[in-house]
Write a protein that binds this ligand. Sequence first.
Ligand code: HEC
Ligand code: HEC
Length: 215
Amino acid sequence: MLCLITPLQAQTYDYDPDNGEEINELCSGCHGEFGQGGKDGEYPRIASQPLEFIANQLRLFRDRKRKNFAMVEYIDDRQLPESDIYDISRYLSEITLKTQLAPVDENAPDFDAYARLLESKMTMQIPKAEGDIERGEKIYNKECDSCHGKEGWGNHKNAGPMLAGQYTNYLWRQVKQLRTKQRIHDEDSPNDELLNEFSDQDLTDIFAYLSVMDD
Ligand code: HEC
Ligand code: HEC
């Protein structure tokens, strides 16, 4: 796993948030203005992810090690030098999306519809997924939390993505790719077929637990 993260660690870039914001204008067409994702998981949530995870995925897309037809031309256009990868990854990782909309009275005289719209765009709520939450919690805490974080928000050290707050549909699509080795789950032991050791029922329960973690 370290081989993938080394370039970021070995070299430090001067962070240029304006460049990050500018690059995000390209990304937002699909992933939303705040990286919140959309279309029920056709576009994943990319904000609040560990910087290292975002950077790794961009390199994998760029080097054609992870397929992504939708993104190919954007990555080619700019050719994404390492400093750009750093700026956009850091920019996105520092966006914090709320998971709950504060209750308000829409009939109150000071209700600001525009502010409310903005707030709802920055709120990422995952509809509760079907499954046995308690069973999912047990499996998650035993088998997944070391790499995906206790609270499901990812792990900087091993560049593990957050799973809580990600669209359930999207997670299932990735499970297929990970099980068929179109994606490598753990760079440290690329031959581990981690998710093949779990049944669809196990994953259904894990995803049910993840979908309510932030409630
Ligand atoms: C034309 C639409 C489009 C644009 C523009 C786009 N993406 Fe994506 N992106 C996608 C799709 C679709 C996926 C999911 C691919 C899959 O299902 O495996 C994705 C996946 C990702 C992922 C992987 C997330 C995960 O959890 O696995 C990252 C990171 C990402 N995009 C970052 C970016 C960044 C940064 C930009 C701007 C430079 C960008 N994308 C621009 C469509 C787009
Ligand atoms: C040894 C560490 C490790 C363990 C244990 C682990 N994962 Fe992962 N997982 C990762 C890493 C690292 C990635 C990102 C892979 C990449 O860079 O493409 C990942 C990616 C994923 C993804 C794709 C998410 C996305 O946004 O692209 C899913 C889904 C997933 N893991 C589910 C699980 C589940 C469920 C468990 C427990 C049964 C689990 N993982 C256990 C390290 C781990």
